[in-house]
Design a protein. Structure first.
Length: 388
């Protein structure tokens, strides 16, 4: 008889396989998702768990089907708009044309098409190479057709300019599609030839799912293969000590990264970009809001200049003034971790996790577009890394 629920041992074995296959961090928050995906795969295949595991080891197409299910395709047009702003204002004007941009971990294509739209609007001779390990994500990118709920990041002007309604869906216009090509690529493997002439890499909200070793390996390979490139990461992803291969470059309201030999700037590591808006601190007094912005910035600067003790002082004050702000506790935890004060870091990660769980809607805004789920996973992983 076929068992209905995969045992913990089966889930652990599949998690190990996925870590070696696509770098997926084997964390407890993932278990429920894995359990569901394994169940769904077995329902399709009609195999029992042991036979499924054996088949998985032997069949690349079964592994591909599983990772199509397991990977998270959460994305959107012009997601984290500040990255597109700095690209348009600070980065693209400095680059020779024709140019290419690598959308690494492109999901269903909205990121790649947003980049293509921007190139079109700026009259830039450029193309976008969209890569992903999920073949179903690449099929969706190639289809370039989106439901109304999937185009919410686009202004009415952009919808009118770049999309055409077809039935219930919206299709990306051929002029934008022509700028985007797709490549099936696993980021834990070597940098593919097709993207080696890219001058910008967008790799956002992908490394957050990787184990540290795989995230670091990817960043090192990009620094070697594309030493001139600008790298845009998700805010939470700077946590993986990007510092020793990349410089952090502050542009406008956010940050970009460059392999160190290029920019000659200062070295930073371990810090999250702090974007502190008045609404992040709820009904706080205006003086508090100003103080918080200064403290957050000062802490980040201290961390960047290699003084985590000073960063702890600033972030502690921030967390005191904005006691219900998960981001404040997260920064404090990172600074404590940099000081090797593991028990205190553990407590601060715990506080950030509890706050995030307590009021996800509020923090969806506060973490600047990151879903509570994405940040929650990160916190969970951090807590597992730090023994009590
Ligand atoms: C949350 S989406 C991010 C999409 C987009 N970059 C954004 O920020 O909106 C993560 C994507 O990374 C892809 N991914 C996960 N592991 C990967 C790997 N090892 N190689 C390539 N892509 C991977 C997933 O399939 C998924 O499409």
């Amino acid at each position: 008889m076929i068992a209905l629920e995969p045992s913990e041992a089966i889930i652990r074995r599949v998690a190990e396989l996925l870590e070696s296959e696509i770098g997926l961090r084997p964390e407890s928050a993932l278990r429920a998702r894995l359990r569901r995906c394994i169940r769904d795969e077995l329902a399709v295949l009609g195999l029992d768990f042991e036979r499924y595991l054996r088949a998985l080891g032997a069949s690349a197409s079964l592994r591909q089907a599983l990772l199509n299910r397991v990977t998270v395709q959460e994305t959107g047009f012009f997601r984290h708009p500040e990255h597109f702003e700095i690209l348009a204002q600070h980065i693209l004007p400095t680059l020779p044309q024709p140019l290419s941009i690598w959308s690494a971990g492109c999901a269903n294509g909205q990121e790649a098409f947003s980049l293509a739209m921007l190139l079109d609007e700026l009259g830039i001779d450029g193309r976008v190479i969209a890569t992903d390990v999920s073949t179903s994500a690449l099929l969706r990118t190639n289809a370039a057709s989106y439901a109304a709920r999937e185009i919410t990041g686009l202004s009415p002007e952009r919808i009118a300019r770049h999309l055409t309604p077809v039935g219930q869906a919206w299709e990306v216009n051929p002029s934008i599609r022509a700028r985007v090509s797709t490549v099936h690529h696993n980021l834990i493997e070597s940098v593919p030839h097709r993207v080696r002439s890219s001058s910008v890499v967008f790799c956002r909200n992908v490394l957050i799912y990787f184990s540290d070793q795989h995230a670091r390996g990817f960043l090192d390979r990009v620094a070697d293969a594309l030493p001139q490139a600008w790298m845009l990461l998700g805010a939470a992803e700077t946590i993986w000590s990007i510092g020793d291969r990349y410089d952090t470059v502050r542009l406008g309201d956010t940050y970009a990264y460059r392999p160190r030999s290029v920019s000659g700037g200062r070295v930073t590591g371990g810090a999250l970009p702090a974007r502190v808006a008045a609404s992040q601190v709820g009904a706080g007094h205006a003086d508090d809001v100003a103080a918080i912005a200064i403290l957050a910035e000062a802490g980040r600067e201290s961390l960047a200049s290699g003084d985590p003790a000073a960063a702890v002082v600033s972030f502690r004050k921030w967390a005191y003034l904005a006691a219900d702000d998960a981001l404040a506790h997260l920064h404090l935890a990172l600074a404590l971790e940099a000081m090797n004060d593991r028990p205190s870091a553990q407590r601060a990660f715990g506080a950030a996790g509890r706050l995030l769980g307590a009021d996800p809607a509020r923090h969806d805004y506060a973490i600047d577009g990151y879903s509570p789920n994405e940040l929650y996973k990160l916190l969970d992983a951090k807590q597992q890394e730090l023994p009590q």
